[in-house]
Design a protein around this ligand. Structure first.
Ligand SMILES: C[S@@+](CC[C@H](N)C(=O)[O-])C[C@H]1O[C@@H](n2cnc3c(N)ncnc32)[C@H](O)[C@@H]1O
Length: 222
C-alpha cells in the first residue's frame, strides 16, 4: 500500500498496526525526517513523478493532501501507473466551510488581512477546486483510468474554547508567509469577533467537513 503525501508518517503506523505493508512518499524532506523515525519505509518524491515502478501497489491512500497538489491530472496519471490494474485508491479531502461557523469567520478575516499585506506575503491558493466535489474528482480521475468514485462526507467536530479554535486554525493554515504584525492583527480580529459565536455549551462551534472518496483503476483491455 502506498501512503501518498505521508507527511510525518502518522498514518503509516496505523496502517502497519492494521496489518498492511505500507510505504510513504512525500515531497517535504522536513516531514520525512520525522517519518523516518517510524518503522515504515518512506521515500522522497513528488506525486507528479512518483519514484516507483509501474503496478507496484495494490492500493493507495492519501490523507488531507490530494486537494493541495498542483498539476493534479499528472498526479492522477501517476497513481494509475503505480497501482496494479484494479488497484484501489482512497482519498480523504477537506470540504468547504459551513458558512456560519468559526471557519467562515477565520476565512473572512484572513481575506481582509491579506488584502492589506504586500504581494509577497500573500498565501497563494493551493490545489485544484475540482477536488471539492464528487463530479470534479471524477473529472480528474476518470481520464487517468479510474472508475467513478464512491463519496461520503463526514463532519468532524473541533468545537472548543476561543484559544483551542484559534490554535486549530493557526496549525491547519500555513500563516508563515504573513509578517508578525499581520498575523497578530488577524489573531486580534479573531479574538474580538469569534466570542459572539459561542454556543449555550460555552464552546465556539467548529465543524470541519471531510470527504472520503474511494475508487479503483480499471482493468485495461478487459
Ligand atoms: C496537510 S499535509 C498531510 C500529511 C499527512 N498525509 C497527514 O495527514 O498528516 C499535506 C502533505 O502533502 C505533501 N505534499 C504536497 N504536495 C505534494 C506533492 N506534489 N508530492 C508529494 N507530497 C506533497 C506535503 O509535503 C505535506 O506533507
Amino acid at each position: 500500500m502506498l501512503d501518498l503525501a505521508c507527511g510525518d508518517g502518522f498514518l503509516l503506523d496505523l496502517l502497519a498496526a492494521a496489518g498492511h505493508q505500507a510505504i510513504g512518499v512525500d515531497v517535504s524532506s522536513g516531514d520525512l525526517v520525522l517519518a523516518r523515525q517510524r518503522p515504515a519505509s518512506v521515500a522522497e518524491g513528488r506525486a507528479q513523478q512518483l519514484p516507483f515502478a509501474d503496478h507496484s501497489f495494490d492500493s493507495c491512500v492519501s490523507h488531507m493532501a490530494f486537494m493541495l497538489m498542483s498539476d493534479i491530472d499528472e498526479v492522477a496519471a501517476e497513481l494509475a501507473r503505480v497501482l496494479r490494474p484494479g488497484g484501489r485508491l482512497a482519498l480523504v479531502l477537506s470540504g468547504s466551510a459551513a458558512g456560519d461557523d468559526a471557519r467562515a469567520l477565520f476565512g473572512k478575516l484572513l481575506r481582509e488581512t491579506l488584502a492589506d499585506v504586500p504581494a509577497e506575503q500573500r498565501l497563494s491558493p493551493l490545489g485544484d477546486k475540482r477536488c471539492r466535489t464528487r463530479a470534479g474528482l471524477d473529472e480528474i480521475l476518470a481520464p487517468a483510468g479510474f472508475v467513478p468514485v464512491q463519496w461520503r462526507t463526514e463532519q468532524i467536530d473541533f468545537s472548543g474554547s476561543l484559544e483551542q479554535v484559534w490554535d486549530f486554525f493557526s496549525v491547519t493554515y500555513n500563516l508563515f508567509p504573513l509578517s508578525e504584525s499581520a498575523s497578530s492583527a488577524l489573531k486580534a480580529a479573531f479574538f474580538a469577533e469569534a466570542p459572539a459565536l459561542t454556543g449555550p455549551d460555552g464552546l465556539i462551534p467548529l465543524a470541519f467537513p471531510v470527504h472520503l472518496a474511494s475508487t479503483r483503476s480499471v482493468y485495461r483491455g478487459q
